[in-house]
Write a protein that binds this ligand. Sequence first.
Ligand code: CA
Length: 373
Amino acid sequence: MSEQNSNNRRGFLKKASAAAIAGSTFSLAACNLETRKNVNINFNNTYRWKMTTTWPPNFPVVGEGCKMMAEWVKEMSGGRMEITVYGGGELIPALEGFDAVSSGAIEMNHGAAYYWAGKLLCAPFFTAVPFGMNAQQMGSWIISGGGQHLWEDVYRPFDLLPMICGNTGVQMGGWFNKEVNSLEDIKGLKMRIPGLGGKVFAQAGGTPILVSGGEIYTNLERGVLDATEWIGPYHDYKMGFHQVAKYYYYPGWHEPGPVLELICNRSKFNELPKDLQEIVRTGAYRLNRWMMAEFDAKNGEYLQKIIDETDVRLTAFPDDVMSGLKKATTEVIGELIETDAQSKRVYEHYHAFRKKIMPWMNISEKMFYNQMT
Ligand code: CA
């Protein structure tokens, strides 16, 4: 850089920062007046909200995170907003959060969009697509790629406002008592695998079986199930699956970074003072980041425990099993978007975003991951 250029640049930066300071002082003053006029805070009003969850009471990471968010909101609002968190079944059955928040009986629910697939076929696209985008990419789609707008559009008729609020990261493929050496081994295999992953598994010849979390261990032990997926090493270890299964397969092709959601009753959210609305949004956003960090930290620790303490064989799915399941995924999604116009709209948006960012992801994250040791 010539000296002349360098002087010009320094001069520009000096002017720009002086203008920025003047601008911010001015807008801050204007904003204070504006804010005071609009917020109209009544410090005597305490908003008491209920948050139901689809998780068992005090469930590690997700359940404990919701309680942390309630604390943050209370602190940030100076006690003007109190959220009481309930585990699944404590106030309403675990999977009734959608209806309860939609009707306004409950103000908010923490769970995952794919639990609502029975009411809204396109909902799973806002959680995870088999072989689809990972946690980082899903976050990018929702926060910066227009996904949030679309999600709100889809939920609006139910008077629901969705927010991104956590992610497990790539899950594990699951616990198996039969070895999976080829696609043939999937045929007739009885596995607990819900959601779109389950449909793909069925398409590939497997038998998905619906079993609630509390029954999986016994069913695996008794051979009612040949396999199960759950989450990742931390939660899987706590469930004790290593005591009743021989193989632990990776990766979790069916849930490569499921987004967890907070839904609020939209009308009730709109009735909150503006500052409390921002406090709820901020709490959800912080929880979104905390859960991802906590999952990675704990999964790393517990994977090592599984390796050190158990005789389980930790192994990758063979390539041809992965490509067979990928083909089945294309078929299942193809069928879904053919029969449901809203799923088509959501999937096309999802897919277009993925196509747009993958060339960048391929030479950045993916390339670097391959070089990491
Ligand atoms: Ca899972």
